[in-house]
Design a protein around this ligand. Sequence first.
Ligand SMILES: Cc1cc2nc3c(=O)[nH]c(=O)nc-3n(C[C@H](O)[C@H](O)[C@H](O)COP(=O)(O)O)c2cc1C
Length: 379
Amino acid sequence: MSVDRSVTFTGIKFENPFLLSSAPPTESESNITRAFEAGWGGVVTKTIGLHPVVNVYGAKAKFMRTTPEDANVSMKKRAGAALHSSWNWELISDKTLEWWAPRIRRIKEAFPNKVLIASIMAGSGNDKELKHWQELAETAQGEGADGLELNFSCPHMDRRDMGSNIGKDQGLCSVVTEAVKEVAKVPVWCKLTPATADIVVEAAACFRGGADAIVSSNTFPSIPLIDPETLEFEINVDGLVSSGGLGGPAILPLALAKMAQLTKAFPDKSFSGIGGISDFNQAASYFLLGCGTVQVCTAAMLDQAVGPNVIKRLLTGLDKFIEEHAKDGWKSVEDFRGIRRDRIVLQSEIRRPEAAEYHSGYETVEGYAAPQPEEVVRA
Ligand SMILES: Cc1cc2nc3c(=O)[nH]c(=O)nc-3n(C[C@H](O)[C@H](O)[C@H](O)COP(=O)(O)O)c2cc1C
């Protein structure tokens, strides 16, 4: 039985469900070209805006690694350390819409079967800013973009009326989505921030505004560690730091929890999963929870900037996974998408041990002290 890697997501046909997310891997024409040649099914461009963008002095992103013997987490390079996370305070693209427009066209002409989603961002709260969203949307789709991703999620914009501050306000989520939908001829995805109490609220607002899909997660708000020797933050400018975004392996279970909330609340809607994916094992969790596509940033940044080995692993992993389940009749992602969504239930619905094997919670468990004998006896 042959594997069908293709998916149709929000009406767009993808040759495979793996995209580079909006970030440095998709910040230029040459990167996106290399990404498509490497096998990615689609890309979401680095977020495009209309306002001038000037990043902080020095590094915009760094990587934290951890060591097995002491679980130390640090940006310092150490032999034998494994990736823990990425940390960034990079703003959206510092290239203008005029710079992006001809490049979107050229990329689409060169790769008509690959999917290019334009990530866009403007302000909020007044009609002029809503018009900016519409101008960005109309230009990107006019140049051939297959879809639009509205960035409601950047955790560290220098303007308060942008990014995750939109994603934290259900009213703004609805209004901005609706404004873009008024002019959109292509599907509209909303990328939400994970930094709210209940992401289902903001997702519902986006759907009310007409969103075709929700994308989650962007990076989680975080700060770098303080070096105990120098007493300086590991990344800083003039000794100062501000909140930035955490990505990579560290956020995988957190991002999955957000996605589970979403797919359980809206089982019939479309979701694109992001957070901590570097090979198929992690992508599988997102598909099994109900995602139709997944996106990658950190792992691709660390693999020749666009992830040629990451996409190879994702594709071979997908093929192998489906082939192993050929006996179950699986041929494509659609055959297993969402089949583990219903396994997430309330704590009170989880079975308790039978009386004979239950020691009132005093069983020896990793991370807990051994039970006191008299307590076990009493139990
Ligand atoms: C350096 C850097 C820049 C990013 N820039 C953007 C951006 O412009 N727009 C956006 O929607 N997300 C941006 N992101 C977030 C990623 O697209 C992605 O949602 C996040 O990193 C989680 O995925 P990961 O665990 O695969 O890194 C950026 C992430 C990093 C590390």
